[in-house]
Design a protein around this ligand. Structure first.
Ligand code: NI
Length: 131
């Protein structure tokens, strides 16, 4: 069984500035100001409350990786991201367990350039794994 640690909950939002204000009104604090992710064409802001980190993801253009999701689901949490002590082993364990890679490990500017990969489970939907 993979040994994963929750890093953040990815939250899709259309209006980033208003979403930040609303999360602030719920008691979240900005952990990291907005960073543009050129690989995915999204703006990303990290907020935190009670040790729970939320990643606000907002599409910047029509061809961003989340534009389709935004049309389908509107504003909503859509993935949980995990850190792993042994990426290769856990990645292999997850794919053996039915998770399908959606992309290949790609740098995440909002995470200091660390690589992330998204996987989809037919049972629980999308997760993200930090390399
Ligand atoms: Ni994420």
């Amino acid at each position: 069984m993979p040994a994963l640690t929750v890093h953040h909950i990815g939250y899709l939002v259309k209006k980033l500035d208003k979403a930040i204000q609303t999360f602030h009104s719920l008691g979240y604090e900005t952990e990291q100001d907005t960073v543009y992710d050129k690989f995915r064409k999204v703006n990303i802001c990290f907020l935190i409350k009670d040790g729970c980190r939320v990643e606000l993801v907002s599409p910047v253009s029509e061809d961003s990786v989340v534009s389709g999701l935004m049309k389908k689901y509107k504003n909503c949490p859509y993935h949980i991201c995990y850190e792993t002590a042994d990426f290769e082993a856990d990645y292999a364990a997850l794919t053996a367990d039915g998770f399908l890679a959606i992309d290949t490990p790609t740098p995440a500017p909002a995470l200091g350039g660390r690589e992330v990969v998204f996987l989809n489970s037919p049972v629980i939907g999308m997760i993200e794994l930090i390399r």
